[in-house]
Design a protein. Structure first.
Length: 109
């Protein structure tokens, strides 16, 4: 899975089998200031772009996806494809101060 395009295919294939929300992800999407639906997460998986890849992640090769939710709001989803499911590690609304205007790159400090 060397190139960013490769992991997107693996992520989507794993998601077709099953999507598993890890406890941290559940806590994050249920926060009142986020209120991210599982539908929105699935939308990001289906149509989002890989903006970062983490091949050395202890949880397994994972990536950060950027997609759009309800009202076209930007949503980041960190996920790790497994053999028979896609693990959702977290999902959040990227902050303007921490990310570029298009939410694709981390802001320079």
């Amino acid at each position: 899975m060397g190139e960013k395009g490769d992991i997107r295919v693996v992520v989507r294939a794993a998601a077709k089998q099953k999507v598993l929300f890890l406890p941290h992800a559940v806590r994050q999407i249920l926060r009142p200031d986020r209120a991210i639906s599982t539908f929105e997460v699935r939308q990001v998986i289906a149509s989002g772009q890989v903006i970062e890849e983490y091949p050395e992640d202890p949880r397994g090769h994972s990536c950060l996806l950027l997609g759009r939710g309800v009202g076209n709001r930007p949503i980041h989803v960190v996920c790790a494809p497994k053999e028979d499911y896609l693990a959702i590690i977290t999902a959040y609304l990227p902050g303007a101060g921490a990310w570029s205007k298009d939410f694709r790159a981390r802001a320079k400090k």
